[in-house]
Design a protein around this ligand. Structure first.
Ligand SMILES: O=P(O)(O)OC[C@H]1O[C@](O)(COP(=O)(O)O)[C@@H](O)[C@@H]1O
Ligand SMILES: [Mg+2]
Ligand SMILES: [Mg+2]
Length: 327
């Protein structure tokens, strides 16, 4: 058995065993190395594909056949695949997240989301994301871990290298809410909206700014790795929309990335929004739809939304004069 199944709802065990089995095989492949970061083309949405993106996609797709999955939507496929007409589940997957880190031996991952299957792929996936019945990710890092929720807290599994199976190590993980770390790709500063700039300006201003607190910054460029850090020690992540062409709705995909991460984060006691509204109150209108994403400790995520309600004079003010937000 590729994963300890005692805490997994019975109807999801075949699919979770298939996901865990493919992830364990992928972990071995990643450890072995080779030319996994070679460019091999572009996917349907115009993203560059690396060799490992394609290999991972094939591995999960093969593994999920015969695991009770009726529909499979992958970041790497233009349309959802019909797997098993009798299957009761619909799975959305980012088979390999953080592709830019393959060459550099930095943590990468797999993100997945599970819904009850409906008669069409559209009805199965284009629905309020709060209707997920399972969501999780695998992080291929110094340790290979799976974090998953079935709507009753977050479970953490570790891949045991001796048995090749995921072992439950924490049945109800909660996220610390006192951290002074933020994660954002700061090279896009000039493209951000005023409220996002104002929020980050006030973090960067540290003890001399209106928050009167020093903050630290991290950016790994692997959503799974940022999520894992935030689940482990708190903080906030932002991938906002910005003024670049193609980034009107940020970079990350609602179905394969934002919805499952939002589900996990809420289950761990945090909050996830598109900067203002909860991700889990929204539905994708297309399989590959993107959305801005802000998630982490509840109070920090609420603060980002509050910056969007400030009058223009306040968000434009130099941080020294922005009086509303003391830490
Ligand atoms: O290179 P950028 O713009 O900082 O974007 C980094 C983000 O893009 C991603 O790599 C997108 O995911 P993929 O690698 O699955 O395309 C996220 O993991 C990460 O948070
Ligand atoms: Mg991704
Ligand atoms: Mg990907």
């Amino acid at each position: 058995m590729a994963i300890e199944t005692g805490r997994i709802p019975a109807g999801l065990r075949p699919a979770m065993t298939a996901l865990a089995g493919a992830a364990a095989e992928l972990a071995v492949l990643i450890r072995r190395g080779g030319d996994l970061g070679a460019a091999v083309g572009t996917n349907a949405d115009g993203d560059g594909q690396k060799a490992l993106d394609v290999i991972a996609d094939e591995m999960f797709c093969t593994a999920l056949r015969g695991a009770g999955v009726r529909w499979l939507a992958s970041e790497e496929q233009e349309q959802a695949l019909a797997l098993d007409p009798q299957g009761s589940l619909a799975v959305a997957i980012d088979p390999l997240d953080g592709s830019s880190n393959i060459d550099t031996n930095v943590s990468i991952g797999t993100i997945f989301s599970i819904y009850p299957a409906e008669d069409t792929a559209e009805a199965s996936f284009l629905r309020p994301t709060r209707q997920q019945i399972g969501a999780g990710y695998v992080i291929y890092g110094p340790r290979c871990a799976m974090m998953v929720s079935f709507g009753d807290g977050v479970q953490q599994y570790l891949l045991d290298p001796d048995t090749g199976a995921f072992r439950l190590v924490d049945g109800r993980l909660t996220m610390p809410d006192c951290s002074f770390e933020f994660a954002i790709n700061a090279s896009n500063y000039r493209h951000w909206s005023r409220p996002i700039r104002a929020y980050i300006d006030d973090c960067v201003a540290g003890i001399e700014g209106p928050r009167e607190t020093n903050f630290n910054m991290r950016w790994i460029a692997s959503l799974v790795a940022e999520t894992h850090r935030i689940l482990t020690r708190g903080g906030i992540f932002l991938y906002p929309s910005d003024a670049r062409k193609g980034y009107e709705r940020g970079r990350l995909r609602m179905l394969y990335e934002c919805a499952p991460i939002a589900f996990l984060i809420e289950q761990a006691g945090g909050r996830a929004t598109d900067a203002c509204e909860p991700i889990l109150d929204q539905a994708a209108t297309a399989l590959h739809q993107r959305t801005p994403l802000v998630f982490g400790s509840a109070e920090k995520v609420a603060r980002v939304a509050a910056y969007h309600d400030l009058p223009e004079t306040e968000v434009s003010a130099l941080f020294g004069h922005r009086g509303l937000f003391r830490a």
